[in-house]
Ligand binder design. Structure first.
Ligand code: NAD
Ligand code: UDP
Length: 311
């Protein structure tokens, strides 16, 4: 049994990670300021004596004796991370420093939940880990993209300077139960709109692409990454390499929900990446990992979730 800290543990991905770690028999401390996370997401863990929730902002230093840290604290949806851009950068950068200091003091292993956004609007396709990216440093997405890039830098510098045992994963678009119905991300938006027979909002032409990963596949990849030997630090892409246009996604969601929704077209947000697809050769080789849940199956799960959520 290990003592494991999950920052951002009351969020969408964090709550699935905490659940998996508790089910494996570990002790889990979940740190979260509840900005986009909620107590409902972790309600099923609250009675467990191995689970502790601490309402806490990672902008501040935290002390505890832990063996492993998963650093997930950071809003991930564009509308949430742009709501208070300065706060988003502080969360990414100061949060990384505070979690790295904790790892240094307790000699814990630490994993950073980085993102495909560090590739920006990529000109290398599919994205490989040694691609440095194409990020606008002064745009509306920069608070998130550059905050996450700086966090990766900090992880590498703590590793080089202090010998910390680190892991960096770059997560590609992930969806599943416990996404907020109003968080603005495309899968949750489309499913909620389709279930209500409301217009489906396509931003731009809908020809831009994303590669969607079901949350259970990601959690498996995160645990496998943490459990690799100390030599392997990443960064490693974790995503589903099957790429879809946003129009294709909308058509699938309408078909799977038997919805009467119509497509409507809205302006494309600034700096919206045109394409995104992970090259997962490294993850396959080092983790023996690849996604097992394809889009149709994953969409059925999240459709069921939102049907129950709304009833
Ligand atoms: P989320 O918004 O559901 O979860 C983020 C959690 O962090 C929330 O519970 C929130 O309350 C908490 N948080 C935010 N600021 C905090 C602070 N200052 N102190 C403490 N807690 C704070 O988002 P998610 O989709 O679960 O994303 C989790 C992590 O994975 C994020 O770091 C995100 O950047 C990364 N990620 C997610 C995706 C995706 O597609 N979901 C893709 C790439 C990377
Ligand atoms: N998008 C869309 N309609 C929506 C929400 C998003 O067409 O209602 C588009 C968005 O412009 C982007 C893609 O879907 O091209 C993925 O958006 P999301 O915010 O989910 O993730 P990210 O842009 O961070 O990959």
């Amino acid at each position: 049994m290990k003592n494991i800290l999950v920052s951002g543990g009351a969020g969408f991905i964090g709550s699935h990670l905490c659940t998996r770690l508790i089910n494996e028999g570990h002790k889990v401390i979940c740190l979260d300021n509840l900005f986009t996370g909620s107590k409902e997401n972790i309600a099923h863990l609250e009675g467990n004596s191995r689970f502790e929730f601490v309402q806490f902002d990672v902008e501040n230093p935290y002390e505890s004796d832990v063996d492993e840290i998963y650093n997930l604290a950071c809003p991930a949806s564009p509308i949430h991370y742009q709501y208070d851009a300065i706060k988003t950068i502080k969360t990414s950068v100061l949060g990384a420093i505070n979690m790295l200091e904790l790892a240094k003091n307790t000699k814990a292993k630490i994993l950073q939940a980085s993102t495909s956004e560090i590739y920006g609007d990529p000109v290398v396709h599919p994205q490989v880990e040694d691609y440095w990216g194409n990020v606008n440093p002064i745009g509306i997405r920069s608070c998130y993209d550059e905050g996450k890039r700086c966090a990766e830098t900090l992880f590498m510098d703590y590793h080089r300077q202090n010998g910390l045992r680190i892991k960096i994963i770059r997560i590609f678009n992930t969806y599943g139960p416990r996404m907020l119905p109003n968080d603005g991300r495309v899968v949750s938006n489309f499913v909620v709109q389709a279930l209500k027979n409301q217009d489906i909002t396509i931003y731009g032409s809908g020809k831009q692409t994303r590669s969607f990963q079901y949350v259970d596949d990601l959690i498996e990849g995160m645990i496998r990454t943490m459990n690799t030997d100390d030599e392997f630090i990443g960064p490693v892409n974790l995503g589903n390499p099957h790429e879809f246009s946003i129009l294709e996604l909308a058509e699938k969601v309408i078909a799977l929900t038997n919805s009467k929704s119509k497509l409507i077209f809205k302006p494309l947000p600034h700096d919206d990446p045109k394409q995104r697809q992970p090259d997962i050769t490294l993850a396959k080789a080092k983790l023996g990992w690849e996604p097992t849940i394809e889009l149709d199956e994953g969409l059925r799960h999240i459709i069921e979730y939102f049907k129950e959520y709304q009833s």
